[in-house]
Design a protein around this ligand. Structure first.
Ligand code: TEU
Length: 544
């Protein structure tokens, strides 16, 4: 058991910056090709060494580190209270947690509670004995009475990763439900003992000292009690998942009571939080689950293009959905999505666009979640077919129905040397795009991230201010973040041409940061000229 750090600000969940650390790819301490806990420990100075020479983040979100047979790269857990040997030991985990806390860095762990691995002892027991203790822990059903289209599955539900959501188990002689892979059977959350067992898991990690939880696909825990088929909907493309309205296989009312119980447990000590991963839903759905200290990811911005209207519409949608009372997250990339440096830009302008995106991430209203590697402007990696790891990507190849998630999971390049072994294909440009090279360059993407995060730490308006538009014309996004003592104006040119933006008159300005480094100190009144994709953060200088 680790004492939680006295240095951690209880409001970090709202004021801080979270670094999403994909453990397999962050830092490999033993050279086996897979990142590990000791690797994170060794590289904590990159995350926060207490000085602006580091990123200065407030929390890390670790991808699942539990034992797993790896059918979905760790999202199929076979022991919720252990550490997969590939990542190290529980002692390594405790050491990392303590070291983070000493630096005032909070630790969020990823809880995957909708499903277990098919090799978890609960499922092994459940399939072998339907009358035993674990018989009802999963969603088992008999063959339907009548055959339709040659099968007799209990309903028409589809797996998000392709194919039917029901797999026949010849051992038990029944179908079981899986929203994802057949190796990820869904738990029966209506069973009181499942609920008790999972809340015990939450207690286990709280007692170890973790500060928060990511709740993987939390809004699919409950399914319709009668398991009714989903209505069909018209949708382009061939993915059968997309051709249903998912009204019976997710977002059921029982979830609210479970969330209340889970959140009360997390809230028993100050400074703890959770962040729910909303599975397929819009900002309004995300906002409906939000509570103080309990965030819900809204992925609208990680899907928007760099077009000014698309970005502005995404921001409007979020602001309208959350209102002033509820606190959003800001996410541009994660381990399931293409990296935004590739999504928003082609190669010649990748760095300038990555810098503008950094300004967006760190100045919009909400808790920013920075995905490892974006601090270097890392882009997607092309992975040839024979090297694909991501299970749905293997299944769908070469159909354009799934974006291979491997592309955004490459090892973080610490130096320009190609790793001798890597579990996944490394980035092609690592010789130049790496931590050590960028740390030495004043104008690198990394140096900008460092400056922005430290600037944000010292700016009440950027951390917690309200949001209001100044302008969204001519390819320029301009918005205010305001608290009574500070007014900050953020101006971002989203286009490849230059842009002019008239500053509001009657006030004096000072530049806090800019992506080309050409702004410093007092800004002359009148219109400002922005270069391609340039972003600038201005503070209003109070009169007198
Ligand atoms: O993700 C749920 C999920 O499938 C979506 O995030 C999806 O990948 C995205 O919309 C892209 O289309 C979570 C985990 O983040 C993911 O890595 C797991 O594979 C999945 O749950 C199953 O546990």
């Amino acid at each position: 058991m680790t004492d939680r750090g006295a240095l951690i600000d209880p409001d970090w969940w709202q004021r801080g910056v979270v670094y999403q650390l994909y453990l397999r790819s962050f830092a490999d301490s033993d050279g086996d090709g897979v990142g590990d806990l000791a690797g994170v420990f060794d590289h904590l100075d990159h995350l926060n060494d207490g000085t602006p020479g580091s990123l200065g983040i407030d929390a890390v979100l670790l991808s699942p580190m539990y034992p797993s047979p790896g059918f979905d790269v760790g999202y199929d857990i076979s022991d919720y209270r252990g550490i997969d040997p590939v990542f190290g030991s529980m002692a390594d985990f405790d050491r990392l947690l303590a070291a983070c806390h000493e630096r005032g860095v909070a630790v969020i762990v990823d809880l995957v509670m909708n499903h277990t691995s098919h090799l978890h002892p609960w499922f092994v027991a459940s399939r072998s004995d339907r009358d035993g203790l674990y018989g009802d822990w999963y969603l088992w059903r008999d063959r339907a009475a009548s055959a339709r289209l040659g099968h007799r599955r209990p309903n028409n539900w589809r797996s998000f990763f392709g194919g039917p959501a029901w797999t026949w188990d010849s051992v038990r002689g029944q179908y079981y439900l899986h929203t994802f892979l057949p190796q990820q059977p869904d738990l029966n959350w209506r069973h009181p003992e499942v609920r008790t067992a999972m809340l015990d898991v939450v207690r286990f990690w709280l007692d170890r000292g973790v500060d928060g939880f990511r709740l993987d696909v939390f809004n699919v825990f409950f399914k319709d009690f009668d398991l009714r088929s989903n209505p069909r909907r018209w949708a382009p493309g061939f993915r059968s998942w997309d051709r249903q309205r998912h009204i019976h296989d997710k977002d059921q009312p029982e979830l609210h009571e479970l969330l209340a119980e889970f959140r009360a447990l997390v809230d028993t000590a100050p400074g703890r939080m959770s962040v729910g991963e909303l599975f397929t839903g819009d900002p309004a759905a995300a906002a409906s689950y939000v509570a103080p200290r309990h965030l819900v990811f809204d992925f609208r911005l990680s899907a928007a293009s760099s077009d000014v209207d698309a970005l502005a519409a995404a921001i409007d949608q979020r602001e309208a959905a959350y209102g002033e009372e509820r606190w959003p997250t800001v996410v541009l990339s994660n381990h399931d999505q293409p990296r935004h440096a590739s999504r928003l830009a082609g190669d010649p302008v990748r760095d300038v666009v990555a810098k503008a995106a950094a300004v967006l991430l760190l100045t919009l209203r909400g808790t920013p979640f920075l995905y490892y590697g974006e601090e270097l402007g890392m882009g997607d990696v092309r992975v040839p077919r024979r090297e694909i790891v991501d299970p749905p990507a293997r299944r769908y190849w070469p159909l354009p129905l799934w974006k291979n998630r491997d592309r955004s999971r490459a090892p973080l390049p610490w130096t320009g040397v190609r790793p001798a072994r890597a579990w996944i294909r490394p980035s092609a440009d690592l010789a130049t795009r790496n931590v050590s090279a960028q740390a030495a360059q004043e104008d690198s993407v990394l140096s900008l991230y460092r400056r922005l995060i430290w600037l944000r730490r010292a700016s009440p308006a950027l951390r917690s201010g309200s949001f209001a538009w100044e302008s969204r014309r001519g390819g320029v996004l301009a918005y205010w973040r305001t608290v009574p003592e500070e007014r900050v104006l953020i101006v971002i040119n989203t286009r490849s041409g230059t842009a002019t933006m008239p500053l509001p008159t009657g006030t004096a300005w000072e530049a806090m940061a800019s992506t080309y480094g050409q702004w410093a100190g007092t800004v002359a009144p009148g219109p400002i000229r922005l270069r391609a994709y340039e972003a600038v953060i201005l503070r209003e200088v109070p009169p007198g």
